[in-house]
Design a protein around this ligand. Structure first.
Ligand SMILES: [Zn+2]
Ligand SMILES: [Zn+2]
Ligand SMILES: [Zn+2]
Length: 136
C-alpha cells in the first residue's frame, strides 16, 4: 500500500518534470536526453510510456529525425481539440549538430478523400544558424 502510493507520487513528479523540461527546452528532445536530466534512476521504458501518454493526450508531439530517433516537443500553438489535432508546423534538423527544432512556419495539410490523416512528420534538413556561423 505504502509502496504503491510512493510510486504514484514519484510518477506524478516525473510527469511534471518531463513537461517542465520540454516547456523550457529550446529544441526538441529525444527520450534519452530527457532521461539524462533525471538525477534518480528512471528507466527507459518509464520515459517512453510517459511520452506516449503525453502524445496521446495532445500535450506533446514528436517528429522522427534523420537517425530514426523520435524528437519530442511541447504543443504550444495547437488550437484544435488536443487529442485530435494534426500538426502542420515544420521541423528542422541540423545535419551538423543534430538539433531538431519546431519552426513557426506551417503547411496546409491536404484533405484526402480515401485517407484519414492522423499525424504529420514534417522535417526539413540542413544546417542551423549556429553551425553556419561556426563553419564559415
Ligand atoms: Zn500539438
Ligand atoms: Zn547545427
Ligand atoms: Zn514541433
Amino acid at each position: 500500500m505504502k509502496t504503491a502510493e510512493g510510486k504514484k507520487t514519484r510518477n506524478t513528479k516525473h510527469q511534471k518534470a518531463v513537461l517542465d523540461l520540454l516547456k523550457n527546452a529550446t529544441k526538441a528532445l529525444t527520450a534519452d536526453e530527457i532521461r539524462e536530466k533525471f538525477a534518480d534512476n528512471i528507466n527507459k521504458t518509464t520515459v517512453y510510456r510517459m511520452l506516449d501518454r503525453f502524445v496521446e493526450a495532445g500535450k506533446i508531439h514528436f517528429v522522427t529525425g534523420q537517425n530514426g530517433k523520435s524528437f519530442y516537443a511541447l504543443c504550444k500553438s495547437c488550437k484544435e481539440d488536443p487529442p485530435k489535432h494534426i500538426h502542420n508546423h515544420l521541423h528542422f534538423q541540423c545535419e551538423i549538430c543534430g538539433k531538431v527544432e519546431c519552426l513557426p512556419e506551417t503547411v496546409k495539410v491536404p484533405q484526402l478523400d480515401d485517407y484519414e490523416i492522423r499525424e504529420t512528420q514534417l522535417l526539413l534538413i540542413g544546417t542551423c544558424k549556429r553551425c553556419i556561423n561556426t563553419t564559415n
